[in-house]
Write a protein of this length. Sequence first.
Length: 227
Amino acid sequence: MSHARILLVEDDESLGFVLDDALGREGYRTTWTRDGRAALGHALGEPWDLIVLDLMLPGLDGYEICRRVRSAGLDVPILMLTARAREEDRVQGLDLGADDYVVKPFGLKELMARIRARLRARKPVAPDVVDLDGVRIDLSAMTITRGEVETALTKLEAGVLTLFLANPGTVLSRGRFLDEVWGYHRHPTTRTVDMHVARVREKIGDAGPTPRYIRTIHGVGYRFDPA
């Protein structure tokens, strides 16, 4: 299951219900809005992993929403939905910054596949091997080597390190660890995250009152600073 946050913008109520339900069953966190101006407020005011955007909307059409999102410097993927099948309509949407364009009527399986493809393309990837001043982290082998001593990583410890290494310099909330490492439907307490981060710190030689690589951001979570 995925933790991804998707903004669904669709004013057709029957289609919106179908898409909202399908996205929810896939594990996505979906916010559904039917109005163009409300959609723009959501798009500019909150972080999203993907926007599924209908073109014909009350208040503000999808082309203008797309244009303003890109003008604001946001690189969130935008997948447009429209009944307009003309080539010039598709070109206009893509030129305004849309990443994909699906013409109605469409198959639900195809749409879900396109959504998964966009999310995969956006997801950062951790390097398999990292060297931190003589501490070798090998995610593929699930080991940490310090000097001549090799220590095995558990599956969850490797998951925690993978998230850190894929997002250097980014503050990661405990909730994000729970979503991406433990899974959307298996949430233990946030204390579990702290325990596993402490074990990872110990294995990479980063334990103590002033950790060098994994910094605690009080009230939020953690940040990995490889430098």
